[in-house]
Design a binder for this molecule. Structure first.
Ligand SMILES: [Zn+2]
Length: 72
Protein backbone atom coordinates (compact mmCIF):
# COMPACT_ATOMS: atom_id res chain seq x y z
CA UNK A 1 0.00 0.00 0.00
CA UNK A 2 1.63 3.16 -1.17
CA UNK A 3 0.97 6.45 0.44
CA UNK A 4 2.48 9.72 -0.48
CA UNK A 5 3.59 12.16 2.13
CA UNK A 6 4.60 15.75 1.89
CA UNK A 7 7.90 16.94 3.18
CA UNK A 8 8.58 20.63 3.47
CA UNK A 9 11.96 22.26 3.49
CA UNK A 10 13.36 25.73 3.57
CA UNK A 11 15.59 25.99 0.57
CA UNK A 12 17.64 28.55 -1.28
CA UNK A 13 19.13 28.61 -4.74
CA UNK A 14 22.88 29.00 -4.95
CA UNK A 15 23.67 32.24 -6.71
CA UNK A 16 26.73 30.71 -8.29
CA UNK A 17 25.81 27.21 -9.44
CA UNK A 18 22.01 27.61 -9.29
CA UNK A 19 21.51 24.39 -7.40
CA UNK A 20 18.97 24.05 -4.67
CA UNK A 21 20.43 24.16 -1.18
CA UNK A 22 18.37 22.50 1.52
CA UNK A 23 18.63 24.62 4.63
CA UNK A 24 16.32 23.13 7.23
CA UNK A 25 13.26 20.97 7.49
CA UNK A 26 10.18 23.14 7.52
CA UNK A 27 8.18 21.76 10.40
CA UNK A 28 5.37 24.26 9.84
CA UNK A 29 4.46 22.60 6.55
CA UNK A 30 4.93 25.77 4.57
CA UNK A 31 2.64 27.82 6.77
CA UNK A 32 5.28 29.68 8.69
CA UNK A 33 6.60 33.03 7.68
CA UNK A 34 10.06 33.41 6.30
CA UNK A 35 11.94 36.33 7.68
CA UNK A 36 15.36 34.88 8.22
CA UNK A 37 18.51 35.26 6.22
CA UNK A 38 20.63 32.16 6.13
CA UNK A 39 24.39 32.29 5.74
CA UNK A 40 25.28 29.06 4.04
CA UNK A 41 28.13 27.50 2.16
CA UNK A 42 26.88 25.73 -0.93
CA UNK A 43 27.56 22.00 -0.62
CA UNK A 44 28.05 21.75 -4.38
CA UNK A 45 30.44 24.58 -5.22
CA UNK A 46 31.47 25.85 -1.76
CA UNK A 47 30.27 29.34 -2.58
CA UNK A 48 29.33 31.26 0.56
CA UNK A 49 26.26 33.37 0.35
CA UNK A 50 23.38 34.87 2.29
CA UNK A 51 19.94 33.82 1.19
CA UNK A 52 16.36 34.31 2.14
CA UNK A 53 14.87 30.88 2.36
CA UNK A 54 11.82 29.83 0.45
CA UNK A 55 9.34 27.06 1.02
CA UNK A 56 9.83 23.93 -0.97
CA UNK A 57 7.51 20.94 -0.93
CA UNK A 58 8.48 17.45 -1.91
CA UNK A 59 6.16 14.53 -2.40
CA UNK A 60 7.74 11.29 -1.35
CA UNK A 61 6.36 7.80 -1.22
CA UNK A 62 5.93 6.54 2.29
CA UNK A 63 7.33 3.07 2.70
CA UNK A 64 5.58 0.76 5.09
CA UNK A 65 3.85 1.77 8.27
CA UNK A 66 6.60 3.99 9.55
CA UNK A 67 5.54 6.98 7.53
CA UNK A 68 8.68 8.83 6.67
CA UNK A 69 11.28 6.41 5.41
CA UNK A 70 14.84 6.41 6.57
CA UNK A 71 17.61 6.40 3.96
CA UNK A 72 19.33 3.66 5.93
ZN1 LIG B 1 26.71 26.50 -5.50
Amino acid sequence: MNREVERWFIVATCEKCQKTIYLVRDLNQGKGSLNAIYDVICPFCQHKGSYEGRHHREIVAAMGAGGVSSPY
